[in-house]
Write a protein that binds this ligand. Sequence first.
Ligand code: PMP
Ligand code: GLU
Length: 398
Amino acid sequence: MKSVSTRCAAIAPSPTLEIDAKAVAMREAGINVIGFGAGQPDFDTPQHIKDAAIKAINDGKTKYTPASGILDLKKAVVEKFQRDNGLVYEPSQIVVSNGAKHSLFNAFAAVLNEGDEVIVPAPCWVSYPELIKINGGVPVYVHGPAEQEFKPTAAQMRAALTEKTKAILLNSPNNPCGYAYSREELQEIADLAVEHDLFVISDEIYEYLVYDGAQHCSIASLGEKIKENTIVVNGVSKSYAMTGWRIGYTASALPIAKAMGSLQSHVTSNPNSIAQYASVAALNGPREELAAMVKEFSERRELMVKLINGIDGLSCVPPKGAFYVMMNVTSAFGKSYHGKKIETSDDFCSAALDGVKVALVPGGPFLAEGFCRLSYATSRKNIEEGLARIAQFMSELV
Ligand code: PMP
Ligand code: GLU
């Protein structure tokens, strides 16, 4: 058999999804694993959203829809942008896709030519480098130092620009670091993008998950010019506990929306029709369950930060958004756990999973070697038990 394409051969599987699958498989085999791996709300999808899906099935909304999404959902997305971000779009500027991951794929496909560079703030979510590379682009990482909450500034981004730079990627609130850019910081990035006529791909999937008074601001709302250059990416996965339904969306200038819609019409056709009707109910529906979920995440975050910082040799910075904590594990490097040498965050995670049955994601794939990512989208009981096991693990290092 001939080999797979060079482009596909270069892609590694998603480590976040892989670790989650490993934890699930261990659990199914009867092993008591605590999963701090893949980030997805542990809450159930609210009942009114499920009811809308059941109604859609019973009403026969089970046929193809327009490839870029039903008008009712586009209108609900337009209203969401107006209500939450002060952004005015037409339904024709909205493209609904199979999750925000797919929206991001479409966005990179729509703006990148072979060799175009994309400024990527690092550490970054594991899928961005692969999504850029699949579309012929070149990620250019701009590292935000730990003492700056890992948040790169506009000045650092400016220093990384070349004549090949085509776009800046933003992810605020951020996975994995938990920072959120302020309006002022975004204004500086917007000025840079407008000055150099760069696209901004702004992944705002964790928009509602902000704590300690942090406010989410969409860079697209900072003026007509930056709005024109920005593709806002969002979705229902994290905000409405709907990760499995696979609905994401973009808002952009019309030519970009048309390009993404045409691409999607050949690749996937419409996203699942039933999930689209459920998403209309999510976006237009009551917000109480969302508010309760955010409050609970915030309290779990405080618990997790306190427990990590209470373990000898481990530390973390309290995150302001999303549902992840980056735990510094460098004090374990050079030591051994039951004869297994720990030199990298990958070694740390493997030893912790084998030894004390706690699933963590290593920092390497996030470009954050020396750290492990823990998701606090799990119960307080799991957080307490999981960190007690990590404390035990640390005490057994020699
Ligand atoms: N962006 C970020 C930063 C994420 O963490 C995720 C997690 N899945 C996504 C996009 C994709 O979300 P989904 O495809 O479930 O909408
Ligand atoms: N985005 C989540 C995470 O970072 C879910 C898994 C994935 O899509 O990567 O864990």
